[in-house]
Design a protein around this ligand. Structure first.
Ligand SMILES: Nc1ncnc2c1ncn2[C@@H]1O[C@H](COP(=O)(O)OP(=O)(O)OP(=O)(O)O)[C@@H](O)[C@H]1O
Ligand SMILES: [Mg+2]
Length: 338
C-alpha cells in the first residue's frame, strides 16, 4: 500500500443482499445495503419492524437462520471480505473482532451455567489465561458493567438476576473479548427507562475505553440521537436516508423518514400529535419496481412507481434516496459521479 492510499475502514458493508428461502418463495429481507463503520464510531440503524435491521446485523455476524443466505455483496473487515471466511475464521471473527448483544439476554445466556462460567469461557476462548486468571478477569468485567457484589453474582444462574442485571451480564460477555465492533440489536428495549439510560451510558464509557465501534439497532429515536455519529434509516431492506442526527431529525429528506419522525414521540415535540404512517409494509416476496415506500407515500409521483431512486447527496454528511429531492432540486450530486 502506498503512503497516500487511505487505510481501509474498520467495517464496510457493500451492496449487501440477504434472502430467505420459504414455502412461499424468496423473502428478500436486505436489498443492497451499504455503509461504512470507522474505528471508535457509532452507527445507528433505525426503521420500523421488518425493515431488515436485524437481518443486516445477523449477516455481518453470519448467524442467519438455516434458510437465510447472503446472496450478493461484500462485508469488508479492515478491507478483507469476510463473506468468504470459513466457519473457523468466522468463529475467530465473532470471538475476537465483533460481538453482539441481543434484545433478549436469554438468547445469549445459557440458563444451565452460572454467569461466571459463561464469562470465563468467553474470556478463555480468545486468551491464554488460566482458569483462575479468567475468573479474576470475569469479576473485573462484571464490576466494569456496574454489577455490585460481583464475587457473589458470578456464582449465580441467569434466572437469579433481574432483567437489567442480565443485560449487563450479556454486555460483559460480549465485551470480555474486547471486540473491535459491538453490534447491539435493541439492547435496551426490554428495560425500564432508568436502567436503559445506565446501560447506554455504560456502552459509551466502554466504547471510549476500548476505542470500540458500535452498531446500534433500535426503534427508539431518542436512543439513536444520543448515541450515533451517523444514522441510517432502513425501509424494505434498503437504506433510504443517512446522515448525522441533526440531518435526520431537523432536515429529513426522505418521505419515509419524515413519516417516522411524525409517528414516534420525541422529547423536542411532546405537544405534537403523533401520526402513524398509513398503509402496510411492503411484501418482501414481491418487491416493487420503484421506491419501496411508494405505496404509502403521500407525495408519490409516476417515477416513484417505476424506478428505484438513486442515492443523492444532500450535503457532505447527508444522503437520501427519494425522487422528491430531484423534483425540488434539493440535492447537490449523485454519489459516485464525483
Ligand atoms: N428465517 C426467516 N425466514 C423468512 N423470513 C425471515 C426470516 N428471518 C427474517 N425474515 C424476514 O426478514 C424481514 C426483515 O426482518 P428483520 O428481523 O431484519 O426486521 P427488523 O428490521 O429487525 O424488525 P424488528 O424491528 O421487528 O426487529 C422480515 O420481513 C422478516 O419476516
Ligand atoms: Mg430486529
Amino acid at each position: 500500500m502506498s503512503g497516500k492510499e487511505k487505510k481501509a475502514p474498520l467495517l464496510e458493508v457493500r451492496n449487501l443482499h440477504t434472502s430467505f428461502k420459504t414455502d412461499k418463495g424468496e423473502v428478500r429481507a436486505v436489498n443492497g445495503v451499504s455503509f461504512v463503520l470507522e474505528e471508535g464510531k457509532t452507527l445507528g440503524i433505525v426503521g420500523e419492524s421488518g425493515s431488515g435491521k436485524s437481518v443486516t446485523a445477523y449477516s455481518i455476524m453470519q448467524i442467519l437462520e438455516q434458510n437465510g443466505r447472503i446472496v450478493d455483496g461484500e462485508i469488508l473487515f479492515q478491507g478483507e471480505d469476510i463473506t468468504h471466511y470459513s466457519a473457523k475464521q468466522m468463529n475467530v471473527f465473532r470471538g475476537q473482532k465483533c460481538a453482539m448483544i441481543f434484545q433478549d439476554p436469554m438468547t445469549s445466556l445459557n440458563p444451565v451455567y452460572t454467569v461466571g462460567n459463561q464469562i470465563v469461557e468467553a474470556i478463555r476462548i480468545h486468551s491464554d489465561k488460566s482458569a483462575a486468571e479468567a475468573n479474576e478477569a470475569a469479576i473485573e468485567m462484571l464490576k466494569l458493567v456496574g454489577i455490585n457484589d460481583a464475587e457473589r453474582r458470578i456464582k449465580q444462574y441467569p434466572h437469579e438476576l433481574s432483567g437489567g442485571m442480565r443485560q449487563r451480564v450479556m454486555i460483559a460477555m460480549a465485551l470480555a473479548s474486547e471486540p473491535w465492533i459491538l453490534i447491539a440489536d435493541e439492547p435496551t428495549t426490554a428495560l425500564d427507562v432508568t436502567i436503559q439510560a445506565q446501560i447506554l451510558e455504560l456502552m459509551q464509557d466502554l466504547q471510549k475505553k476500548l476505542n470500540m465501534a458500535i452498531i446500534i439497532v433500535t426503534h427508539d429515536l431518542g436512543v439513536i440521537a444520543q448515541m450515533a455519529d451517523e444514522i441510517v434509516v432502513m425501509y424494505g431492506g434498503r437504506i433510504c436516508e443517512r446522515g448525522t442526527a441533526d440531518d435526520i431529525f431537523y432536515r429529513p429528506c426522505h418521505e419515509y423518514t419524515k413519516g417516522l419522525l411524525r409517528s414516534i414521540p420525541r422529547a423536542d415535540n411532546m405537544k405534537e400529535k403523533l401520526v402513524p404512517i398509513g398503509g402496510n409494509p411492503i411484501n418482501l416476496l414481491n418487491l416493487p419496481h420503484g421506491c419501496a415506500f411508494c405505496s404509502r407515500c403521500d407525495e408519490a409521483m409516476k417515477i416513484c412507481l417505476e424506478e428505484v431512486p438513486e442515492e443523492l447527496r444532500i450535503s457532505d454528511t447527508h444522503l437520501a434516496s427519494c425522487w422528491m429531492n430531484v423534483k425540488n432540486g434539493t440535492y447537490t450530486e449523485v454519489p459516485g459521479d464525483e
